[in-house]
Design a protein around this ligand. Sequence first.
Ligand code: PEP
Ligand code: MN
Length: 333
Amino acid sequence: MQLILNQSVSTETIKLLCLRISEIGFKGYPVKDGLTFKINIPNADEVKISQLKSVDGVKDLVHISTPFKLASREAKQTDTIVNVGDVAIGGENLCVIAGPCAVESREQIRSVAEKLSDMGVKILRGGVYKPRTSPYAFQGLREEGLEYLADVKKQYGLKIITEVIDTHSLGYAQEVADILQIGARNMQNFELLKAVGKTNKPVMLKRGMSATIHDLLMSAEYVMSEGNMQVILCERGIRTFETATRNTLDLNAIPLLKQLSHLPVIVDPSHGTGIRELVEPMACAGVAAGAHGVMVEVHCDPENALSDGMQSLLPSQFNNLYQKINRIASAIK
Ligand code: PEP
Ligand code: MN
């Protein structure tokens, strides 16, 4: 259910209504949708909630028919903008996230951060807790890697996104990260989703490799139901019968997610293809399909990268892509 409030409603009334909602046994999530204040009440009993209709400030009570009680366009019609300091993700902005798959050494992350920052990139990616298919593959530098990320964050004023895989990594990473990444393999780790939902950090939720769009939105719902509304969705390719590419980038998901949800949608053509030469064209396709941003893996020495070298671009290659996607974004505005 959703309470639609009068435009002039006071913060006190919103607080009071949330209190009344919890007394009835539900949880109210206030949201500003354009100029309208609303309170979303997932799974509320219509009969019990209808007593609130007479409260001063309440205009209407409507039913939300989708299972995405907080993430759907029904819950909030206007695009959500996730603000990461002075960087806005969502709406009309094109957000670019770049950096290596993994932090490998102080010098490796410093050199790529310097080049990306010179190009105008504001958000640096770099995994330090790496959920790898093989236990014998590089698992990430963990806390040591976070220290290197903290250094480049300070030196270049970059925002940092890094993956968290459990509550241990979350505890450390949230000290450094501006955005917490939930990887494809953990998209349905519901306890982890609840844990990041309790933080005040934006969360980028990557689509699981076998997850439907419905699954992805239900996972976003897990984060939001804990009170964290700053969720960014990421299409990163899915498993199909096609083996010529690492994954099949599901471009359909971009306009569909934007239709179903108010949350920003980012495309990851690096994992979506697994092949360096395909990254630029698919980044362009993702932006043309309406993605609010792109996340790309960039490495100064892809041949010797400890993970995902095959899909990593050299900084100069990334610069070409960066120019192109900016042109596409302004062309389709
Ligand atoms: C990554 O971003 O490096 C990563 C591991 O991605 P995914 O979770 O989409 O496989
Ligand atoms: Mn990677």
